[in-house]
Design a protein around this ligand. Structure first.
Ligand SMILES: NC(=O)c1ccc[n+]([C@@H]2O[C@H](COP(=O)([O-])OP(=O)(O)OC[C@H]3O[C@@H](n4cnc5c(N)ncnc54)[C@H](O)[C@@H]3O)[C@@H](O)[C@H]2O)c1
Length: 497
């Protein structure tokens, strides 16, 4: 037995000391881009992200819709692996096939579907328009479209059918699948359309919405591959990797990541080695999670593309209570960063670090990056947003989204089952998180805060931020002062606020 001399510390236990802010430190000049995969020091990595945020390998988080939205703003998603190999590969493929500005319809109804049901289904999405097909299935013969502007429940009645209120196909302007985004936008403006259905073989393959027009112009940081397709990652496990990796590679996954609470195992090394032996440098496999330098070194030597840091710090994670393993996120990061830097010096190879878990607010993200993390994996953050796959519901007047851990009973995670095919104990919880709006708005706000922190610290890119950041541990007394109670002024009608 051995006891480490240092206390295990969280990200809340540090503050940043400002550095000299010069004229160079303007928001437009700050680059928060980061390498995603291993590369030789001084050379360009095979994959970079302009926004150092990736979404957690979780059912409640990383769906194709979220993957598209996150890649558009410069981050990257890892499609969850808690599903059949063919289903995960299909998810990856749908992101790779995404054409910027072209949406896959989220709601398809039949002509016989009652308006009450159409209205309910549309309320669960932010698309606002449903495709009507003969069968009511997405691949059915196209009959028309119906949006909330085409009916009013009180006027037309909830039991009236979609077929009687839809805009029938004959009167609609449509486009063939070969249409480009600029041609589609031409048609939208020329014919005063709110939506343009794109048709192939009598089926709707995608929709172009007028209200997305501004957004297309906004995605200048998108994470794209050499063919300008959005990049996407995918989770894998150390059991069925010989089947899963080839299927994901075939589907076009840009980067893979082992999904485990504890990455310091021979199983992970074997998985990474399998990928390297089979595909060489063409396939990138991240590994983890780890909380110390020994484990980092083991996975880096095995060939991990990046290493994920963090055990038990996730909002829905109960590993520390259940198994007694883990480490405060700050201590874990600082230890692994030291090992990563030593590895780079010794071998000339830089292995990026992903900080996963232990982040309670945006300032923790800046803290983790200052400590040396290259990018951040987030679960709760993305689960709260429109694009996450979980249900949005109202509880006591507040909107929430469902969120559950991959180690929870609800996730029914095959990897968590004991040898006899049964889940013996849970390592995660099942709950709700306050709904927070669109991914675009949230990520832009987080980027603005991070940029502002870096400006205060006098850094214009993450490499300089790693090198120059000055951190200080805070005392229990400082904690109290940060949280000093202030009675917040409530806006009142009298004061006109
Ligand atoms: N980051 C965290 O703190 C944390 C905590 C709890 C749960 N989780 C999530 O829960 C899910 C399950 O994680 P996990 O660590 O239980 O899964 P895991 O598959 O890595 O490990 C489960 C058990 O199986 C063993 N194992 C793995 N591969 C094996 C192989 N090929 N042959 C024999 N045994 C093998 C492992 O040693 C471990 O005992 C993941 O989605 C993970 O991200 C994460």
């Amino acid at each position: 037995m051995k006891i480490l001399p240092e206390i295990s510390r969280t990200l809340s236990e540090y503050l940043l000391i400002p550095g000299l802010t010069t004229e160079d430190c303007t928001p437009d000049n700050v680059d928060v881009g980061a390498p995603l995969v291993r590369h030789r020091v001084g050379e360009e990595p095979g994959i970079r992200v302009a926004t150092p945020m990736v979404s957690a390998i979780m059912q409640a988080v990383s769906s194709p819709t979220l993957a598209v939205a996150l890649a558009q703003v410069g981050g990257l998603s890892f499609i969850h692996q808690n599903q059949r190999v063919e289903d995960q590969a299909a998810d990856v493929l749908s992101v790779k096939r995404h054409k910027a500005g072209f949406r896959t319809s989220e709601v398809t109804v039949a002509p016989t579907t009652p308006l009450g049901e159409v209205s309910r289904q549309l309320a669960d999405t932010e698309q606002g328009v449903a495709v009507v097909t003969r069968s009511g299935e997405a691949d059915g013969a196209f009959l028309g479209i119906i949006s909330l502007d085409d009916f009013h429940l009180e006027r037309h009645g909830a039991s009236e059918t979609a077929g009687n209120r839809m805009r029938g196909r004959d009167g609609l302007v449509t486009a063939p699948a070969t249409v480009s985004l600029s041609e589609a936008n031409e048609l939208i403006w020329k014919h005063h359309l709110d939506v343009l259905p794109v048709i192939e073989d009598d089926r709707v393959v995608s929709l172009v919405l007028k209200r997305d027009y501004q957004a297309h112009k906004t995605y200048h940081r998108a994470t794209v591959d050499g063919e300008k397709r959005l990049r996407v990652g995918a989770g894998i496990n150390s059991r069925d990797f010989k089947d899963r990796i080839p299927a994901l590679v075939e589907a076009g996954a840009d980067v893979l990541c082992l999904d485990s609470s504890d990455g310091y195992s021979v199983y992970q090394a074997r998985t990474v080695e399998f990928a390297r032996e089979t595909y060489g440098d063409d396939v990138h496999v991240g590994a983890g999670n780890v909380v110390d330098g020994r484990a980092f070194r083991y996975l880096a030597d095995a060939g991990a593309a990046f290493v994920k840091v963090g055990i038990g710090g996730g909002a829905i994670c109960t590993t520390r209570a259940q198994k007694g393993i883990g480490r405060g996120q700050a201590s874990a990061l600082l230890d692994v960063v030291e090992a990563r830097d030593a590895y780079a010096q010794e071998t000339g190879v830089y292995v990026p670090l992903c900080c996963d878990g232990g982040l309670l607010n945006d300032s923790h993200m800046a803290m983790a990056l200052a400590m040396g993390a290259d990018f951040i994996m987030l679960g709760r953050y993305f689960a709260r947003l429109d694009e996450s796959p979980s249900r949005k519901l109202q509880i006591g007047g507040q909107w929430y989204k469902e969120y559950w851990g991959e180690g929870s009973r609800r996730a029914q995670n095959a990897a968590r089952y004991g040898q006899r095919g049964q889940m013996v104990f849970e390592e995660g919880v099942d709950g709700y998180v306050p709904y927070a709006g669109s991914l675009y708005d949230n990520v832009e706000r987080t980027r603005a805060k991070l940029t502002s922190t870096m400006i205060s610290c006098g850094s214009t890119n993450l490499r300089d931020f790693h090198r120059d950041a000055v951190l200080v541990p805070v005392s229990a007394e400082s904690f109290k002062q940060t949280g000093a109670e202030v009675q917040l002024r409530q806006p009142t009608i009298d004061s006109g606020e």
